[in-house]
Design a protein around this ligand. Structure first.
Ligand code: DOR
Ligand code: ZN
Length: 345
């Protein structure tokens, strides 16, 4: 028997880069069309490091929403070497912060203001552990001598394992997991750890980035890995296990900045996210676990209510634009410009 449509509770996106200004105006409707809430990444220029900055950013997001949109931005604190534990606690208790993000300095886009040594933020991590505030991690080492395809696995061993040992009560999300090692690590720490998994890491591997030539729109960080890792991610995402949930890492950049001698990292996946995910669940024979991954596991980990309302996806060919205009520039859509097997009804 084939299932031709699936109706699930409205999903959330637990990892989104909305940017700001004209870019936000152009990309936000795509996220708000699919998701009820989203964890908003704080790597703006300058980064969102104070609760006042977060409130102002949240107001700008709300003001940029299309009329009638029902969407709630969940704000995240960008940790630095000098983040003040009292500040963090105050913003958390006031309901401004939902979580804090650890970017190892230099690991990715706009992360140069991030943390240079985890030892420097011990007091912040201790406080977060005490108050139950979640820590979101970009899990890659930054040593240029470490092969780019090994940076996540090396981070798990050299940074994350000691961090977890030092803070056993801290609830941690390993963002955009890309390796079998990450999946295993999260499983070994179930209960206090989870991972988000992007749509693109479920459908491309590292060879895809070089298929017939270099494909800058498939370049993101952490970079896609070998096929065996993609298969491990698909198994984890579609397993229904509570510690894996949806986080698109939609990360728009102007096409000209990706199609460049030194192109930016990030895939703009918001317009095709649910279509890609549901197709993966369909291919894996796991549509029955789709709602857990998209709509239930994330809220449970964050201690938030499940959304009311539903969304329906149908096995019916659809189409997302090849690119989205931002003033005089364009942003290329991951999986855009070609038929998708599933559509949002
Ligand atoms: O590919 C990425 N793009 N990875 C990140 O971690 C950041 C993101 C961005 O902000 O562009
Ligand atoms: Zn990201």
């Amino acid at each position: 028997m084939t299932t031709d449509s699936i109706t699930i509770r409205r999903p959330d996106d637990w990892h989104v880069h909305l940017r700001d200004g004209a870019m936000m105006q152009a990309v936000l409707p795509w996220t708000a069309a699919q998701f009820a809430r989203a964890i908003i990444m704080p790597n703006l220029v300058p980064p969102v490091t104070t609760s006042a900055m977060a409130e102002a950013y949240r107001d700008r997001i709300r003001a940029a929403l299309p009329a009638g949109a029902d969407f709630e931005p969940l704000m995240v604190c960008y940790l630095t070497n000098t983040t003040d534990p009292d500040d963090i606690e105050r913003g958390y208790r006031e309901g401004i912060w939902v979580a804090a993000k650890l970017y190892p300095a230099g690991a990715t886009t706009n992360s140069h203001g991030g943390v240079t040594d985890i030892a420097l933020i011990r007091p912040v991590l201790e406080r977060m552990e005490q108050i139950g505030m979640k820590l979101l991690i970009h899990g890659e080492v930054t040593d240029p001598a470490v092969d780019i395809f090994d940076r996540e696995a090396v981070f798990l061993e050299t940074k994350l394992a000691p961090l977890v040992r030092a803070h056993p009560g801290l609830r941690i999300v390993l963002e955009h997991a890309t390796t079998e090692e990450a999946v295993d690590f999260v499983r070994a720490h179930r209960g206090h750890m989870a991972a988000t998994i992007t749509p693109h890491h479920l459908v491309i591997n590292r060879t895809s980035i070089f298929q017939g030539g270099i494909r800058p729109h498939l370049y993101c960080l952490p970079i896609a890995k070998r096929e065996k890792h993609r298969l491990a991610l698909r198994k984890a995402a579609t397993s229904g296990e509570a510690n894996f949930f949806l986080g698109t890492d939609t990360a728009p950049h102007y096409a000209k900045l990706k199609q460049a001698a030194c192109g930016c990292a990030g895939c703009f996946v918001a317009p095709t996210a649910l279509q890609t995910y549901v197709q993966v669940f369909d291919e894996e024979g796991a549509l029955g676990n789709f709602e857990a991954f998209a709509s239930l596991n994330g809220p449970a980990f964050y201690g938030l209510k499940v959304n009311s309302g539903t969304i329906t996806l149908a096995r019916r060919s659809g189409h997302a634009p090849e690119c989205v205009a931002v003033e005089d520039e364009t942003v290329v859509v991951f999986g855009g410009g070609v038929e998708t097997a599933w559509s949002v009804v």
